[in-house]
Design a protein around this ligand. Structure first.
Ligand SMILES: CCCC/C=C/CC(=O)SCCNC(=O)CCNC(=O)[C@H](O)C(C)(C)COP(=O)(O)OP(=O)(O)OC[C@H]1O[C@@H](n2cnc3c(N)ncnc32)[C@H](O)[C@@H]1OP(=O)(O)O
Length: 363
């Protein structure tokens, strides 16, 4: 029943990768030096904008549109729409108003604008420990905070918690929010019978206008940002592996500070073969295995006890340990992500995805 599909390239992500890309302009501003947003910053901003929960209003949307067009196509040289074509005329006016603004400046302004929109929506989502308040609404996650523990639950149980493109972005944002909230520990777990079935293989079907090469490039950026947000996560991060785990969800376990697995997690897919939770524990991928019947009770009792430990001491300890290897992890992440870009276009990868998808469609 279990597809043996985890590509080799992603297994090395265990000891992997990169910087927080989600908020690039923040980093640029902190340096105090006027820097230009890279193409990657721009692509990240394009993804982030899709996740804004609050409608930024027509004025801002027109600004975003105009900056996007200027950044990608340069000055407006389209014929002016008729006066009764209100929407297209408003868009044209906004674009035309940018005159000869250089593409690079438009790109930077776009990134800055998205960053300001994202941070204002984040700051309204700060959670106090012990309040058990549900955080920002996500489509594919449930994030709650209680007793000093922020819990990020992968919430696509009908798809075995497969990670689709939006969910990757949501996880990045949820980690960013958890790193800034008042919680002491952050937990990632799954809703339903699976922890996670890995990359959503239907992601490969969503081909942008730039074709499969563009898709491969976008996937590489997404993977790099996703893994990077685990590398840079500043607080103790615990995986509560409630059931089978596959693909990318297994390969990132090495970036958690502790991994607790139910003995039902018998399908940890690694090196193309199944590994029981006990075997994964023997190999150091899992910290401790609990009987499924008492898994939730035992793990949460323990986590609640940990959440009473001195907050700063735990955070600093984690950072001291992680800082020793951070640079290397980011370098490996960058390398792996560029390998992914290549491998996405390989026959092996395409055939594997097509096999899965065609079985699913019962062709
Ligand atoms: C952008 C960065 C890319 C990073 C890449 C990372 C590497 C990976 O993670 S590769 C992906 C590895 N995962 C797989 O190959 C798992 C594929 N799924 C399966 O083999 C099986 O679905 C299962 C063993 C997880 C469960 O089998 P079971 O028979 O119990 O249930 P199903 O009927 O197959 O599944 C229920 C439902 O869920 C959908 N689904 C499950 N996994 C995925 C997935 N990974 N992607 C997309 N959809 C998935 C499955 O299609 C079913 O949906 P429908 O009911 O709508 O048909």
């Amino acid at each position: 029943m279990v597809a043996r599909l985890a590509p080799r390239w992603c297994l090395r992500a265990l000891r992997s990768p990169l910087q927080v890309i989600g908020f690039p302009s923040l980093q640029l501003h902190m340096s105090g030096i006027a820097m230009r947003a890279s193409q990657e910053d721009f692509e990240n901003a394009l993804n982030q904008v899709k996740l804004l929960k609050k409608d930024p209003g027509n004025e801002v949307k027109l600004k975003l549109y105009a900056l996007y067009k200027q950044a990608t196509e340069g000055p407006c040289n389209m014929p002016k729409p008729g006066v009764f074509d209100f929407i297209n005329k408003a868009k044209w006016d906004a674009w035309d108003a940018l005159g000869n603004l250089p593409k690079e400046t438009a790109r930077q302004n776009y990134v800055d604008l998205v960053s300001s929109l994202s941070s204002s929506s984040e700051s309204s989502n700060q959670v106090q420990p012990g309040t058990d308040r549900k955080q920002q609404e996500y489509e594919n996650l449930v994030v709650t905070s209680e007793d000093g523990i922020t819990k990020i639950t992968l919430n696509r149980p009908t798809k075995k918690n497969a990670i689709n493109t939006q969910m990757y972005q949501e996880i990045i944002l949820a980690l960013k929010a958890a790193s800034n909230d008042d919680s002491i520990l952050t937990v990632v777990t799954g809703n339903g019978d699976y922890y996670c079935s890995g990359n959503d293989l239907t992601n490969f079907m969503d081909i942008p206008p730039g074709g499969v090469e563009e898709k491969a490039k976008q996937s590489a950026v997404l993977l790099r940002d996703f893994v990077g947000s685990f590398i840079d996560f500043p607080k103790p991060l615990i995986a509560v592996v409630n059931g089978p785990a596959m693909g990318i969800s297994v390969t990132i376990l090495g970036l958690f500070d502790a991994v607790y697995a139910s003995d039902r997690a018998t399908e940890m897919l690694i090196f193309g073969k199944k590994l029981t939770a006990g075997e994964a524990c023997a190999q150091g991928l899992v910290t401790e295995v609990f009987p499924d019947s008492t898994f939730q009770k035992e793990v949460w009792t323990r986590l609640k006890a940990y959440s009473k430990l001195p907050k700063n001491a735990m955070k600093i300890s984690k950072q001291v340990i992680r800082n020793m290897e951070k640079e290397k992890l980011h370098a490996v992440n960058a390398e792996e992500s560029s390998v992914l870009q290549e491998r996405c276009l390989s026959d092996e990868c395409i055939n594997a995805a097509v096999n899965f998808l065609s079985k699913r469609a019962k062709l």
